[in-house]
Design a protein around this ligand. Structure first.
Ligand code: NDP
Ligand code: 8X3
Length: 252
């Protein structure tokens, strides 16, 4: 019987690259995001290319009731081996006095509350199954606060704290918990942060080679593919040109 991975935020960037990599590894997939067409297309492509089975869930993780749709999956699909809590975003880059409170709500609701809603349901399945592995996508922003990063950083610090908490709470149930903390990865992330301003988004990656979504997918796979007795607790992965959130070597 093939293993099952459930990936949130699978329609773009890190989540999409990870879905592809797990499909190559012959995992059956539960893919979750909001954009129906993209999700459907990805599912069709992965199942025809790799001969795996894919279930899709069009869900906004901020909506507690909508996340309950997970419980509607057939029982055999609840034998999830790996949960990848990846859905997340930043909105805006302003000092605390100038931030848009609606943006703050979106980040907190998605990056923290959404992750919790999904985890509560899936961790209970894993407890029933007697094992599991949860991979939470944090950020270097959850290890260091940077100028104007305020609320986004706070959400990722929360993820970092939840990694530690989950590791304690889920230890008796043989559920591994891994935190992956990327630096700058060129995905739709900056376009979302700057609300569709493609030019501003592109400038974020000017003059250096950022990480590619595939680099983080590879890191996730490394953590998940360790032997049963090994857990990778935490990994910080940055572009070689990035020492930390503020020291970046640009060649322009
Ligand atoms: P993308 O914007 O490329 O992808 C984000 C994914 O999350 C999309 O599939 C989007 O799908 C999904 N998503 C966003 N909001 C929701 C929601 N409310 N409900 C369900 N799905 C949602 O960004 P990345 O791939 O870069 O980001 C993935 C994760 O990596 C995030 O947690 C981000 O914070 C983190 N990260 C990113 C870094 C970067 O530099 N790119 C660095 C460090 C961490 P849809 O719109 O269809 O719902
Ligand atoms: C995304 C990376 O440095 O823009 O989490 O916050 S950063």
């Amino acid at each position: 019987m093939s293993k099952i991975a459930l990936i949130t935020g699978a329609t773009a960037g890190i989540g999409e690259a990870t879905a592809r990599l797990f499909a190559q590894q012959k995992y059956n997939l539960v893919l979750l995001a909001r954009r129906t067409e993209r999700l459907q297309l990805l599912a069709e492509n992965l199942s025809s290319e790799f001969g795996i089975e894919v279930k899709t869930l069009v869900v906004d993780v901020r909506e507690k009731e909508a996340v309950q749709k997970l419980e509607g999956l057939p029982e055999e699909w609840k034998k999830v081996d790996v949960l990848i809590n990846n859905a997340g975003l930043s909105r805006g880059l302003d000092p605390i006095n100038a931030g848009d409170t609606d943006d703050w709500d979106v980040m907190i609701d998605t990056n923290v509350k959404g992750l919790l809603y999904v985890t509560k349901i899936v961790s209970n399945w894993m407890i029933k199954n007697g094992s599991g592995h949860i991979v939470n996508i944090g950020s270097i922003a959850g290890k260091e606060t940077y100028i104007n990063g305020n609320v986004y950083c706070a959400t990722k610090y929360a993820v970092d704290s939840l990694n530690q908490a989950m590791r304690i709470d889920l230890l008796p149930h043989k559920i591994k918990v891994t935190g992956i903390h990327p630096g700058a990865v060129e995905t739709e992330f900056s376009e979302v942060r700057f609300k569709g301003d493609k030019e501003r988004a592109k400038k974020v990656y000017d003059g250096f080679e950022p990480l590619h979504a595939q680099d983080i997918a590879d890191t996730i796979w490394f953590a998940v593919s360790r032997p049963a007795h090994v857990n990778i607790n935490d990994m910080i992965v940055l572009a070689a040109a990035q020492a930390n959130t503020t020291h970046l070597l640009r060649e322009v």
